[in-house]
Design a protein around this ligand. Structure first.
Ligand SMILES: *Cc1c(COP(=O)(O)O)cnc(C)c1O
Length: 405
């Protein structure tokens, strides 16, 4: 089992380094075979037994692997958890977390949660794995409803996808404590640099490490971080039993990506704030969603519980689908693709892409219209992104005025 900061030994008098330093230096200097500075990657499936029934820390890679353990320790460190299970995808992390539910248990999930989570919860519930209720957790009135419904698990995703609605983690975690529920936060959208749900009382944090933690859009992976040993053990048990563990190679890349997470996050945020300004000033944009905006309904809660604003921005274009086509046609530095959190800027059309697996009434109920776009702002030069956006918005406006003639 992975231990928090279980990597390099340090003299007893050395001051405990900051999280940034420990993440940059995770696993450095642990190789006793060749004294490699960077930790070597261990791809081996299996490990030697000393004699029948006698083996060391590792026996089989699905169960545990040294490279994956290093990544798990670094993620747990960043989130302030006692340990983590590193899984093959964000969805497998979500599967591992929801394995803690029995068939009679109720899962309370956000109506506008990640499309893949929505699909999984819905279909698992249809199969009788557990019961699910979709609610609006950003609305404080929903907490009264939750007290009546007595869920076993409360699922939080804040900011939400794609509206960037903010849910009060501390309030929900307190309620979960009151009714004996497990509070899970999907922290994919912000990463632990910008928000640490365990510090606000959540019991588990799930991640799609595919996004900010790896940060280079070249793996699919996930993680579940636990606040205490009992939960960690249960999640790790299911991860192993169901074969949800991540590959060592992906864990290696994720750890490599995490070393620069803090540095990347600064540029992501700087650029996102510039992008928000450009969108807010445009006539074809009817609405901009970003928690940094004082007009954003979750602004005050975000200020309290987040340590950064994040670099996901969504906005509504006047002119619906036709405007979206014109905008996407006119943009060059934002690639039309799914996913988020990589170094590269992306534009996503939730209606046809991330949320296409939701049926139309569910999309409408979640407030996802045809004119909605989501940006994942990357770390390119801000002036290039700004110029590109201004051009695309100009083009959208021209297309709209031609259509109006
Ligand atoms: C991408 C994503 C997931 C799913 O992760 P995968 O790595 O694609 O399986 C879950 N939650 C959120 C918020 C995501 O953005």
């Amino acid at each position: 089992m992975s231990t928090l900061n279980g990597s390099s030994p340090r003299p007893p008098s050395a001051p405990r380094a900051s999280t940034v330093t420990r993440t940059v230096r995770a696993g450095i200097g642990v190789d006793t075979t060749h004294r490699a500075v960077m930790p070597p990657i261990h791809l081996s499936t299996n490990y030697l037994f000393e004699s029948p029934g006698v083996y060391g820390k590792y026996d089989y890679t699905r169960t545990a692997n040294p490279t994956r353990d290093l990544a798990a320790d670094a993620i747990a460190e960043l989130e302030g958890g006692c340990g983590a299970s590193v899984t093959s995808s964000g969805m497998s992390a979500i599967v591992a977390a929801t394995r803690l539910l029995s068939s009679d248990d109720l899962l309370l999930a956000p109506r506008d949660c990640y499309g893949g989570s929505y699909r999984l919860f819905r279909h698992e519930a249809d199969k009788g794995a557990y019961r699910v209720e979709f609610v609006d957790p950003w609305d404080p009135a929903t907490r009264d409803l939750a007290r009546e419904l007595r869920p076993r698990m409360i699922w939080i995703e804040t900011p939400s996808n794609p509206h960037l609605r903010i849910t009060d983690i501390a309030a929900w975690a307190a309620l979960a404590g009151e009714i004996g529920a497990i509070c899970v936060a999907d922290n994919t959208f912000l990463s632990p640099v910008n928000q640490r749900p365990l510090e606000h009382g959540a019991d588990l944090v799930v991640h799609s490490t595919t996004k900010f933690l790896n940060g280079h859009s070249d793996i699919v992976g996930g993680a579940v971080v636990a606040a205490d040993e009992d939960l960690l053990e249960e999640v790790a048990w299911w991860t192993n039993a169901m074969g949800l563990s991540g590959s060592p190679f992906d864990a290696y890349l994720t750890l490599r990506g995490m070393r620069t997470l803090h540095a990347r996050s600064r540029v992501h945020e700087e650029n996102a704030l510039r992008v928000v300004d450009v969108l807010a000033a445009s006539d074809v944009v009817t609405r901009v969603n970003h928690p940094s905006l004082p007009t954003h309904p979750g602004h005050e809660i975000a200020r309290r519980q987040q340590t950064g604003w994040g670099s996901l921005v969504s906005f509504e274009l006047r002119g619906g689908r036709a405007a979206v086509e014109a905008f996407v046609d006119g943009i060059t530095h934002f690639a039309l693709a799914e996913s988020l959190g990589g170094v590269e800027s992306l534009v996503t059309h939730p209606w046809t892409m991330t949320h296409a697996s939701m049926d139309e009434p569910a999309r409408v109920a979640a407030g996802i219209g045809q004119g909605l776009l989501r940006l994942s702002v990357g770390i390119e030069a801000a002036e290039d992104l700004v110029a590109d956006l201004e051009r695309a918005l100009q083009r959208t406006e021209e297309a709209a005025s031609v259509a109006a003639l």
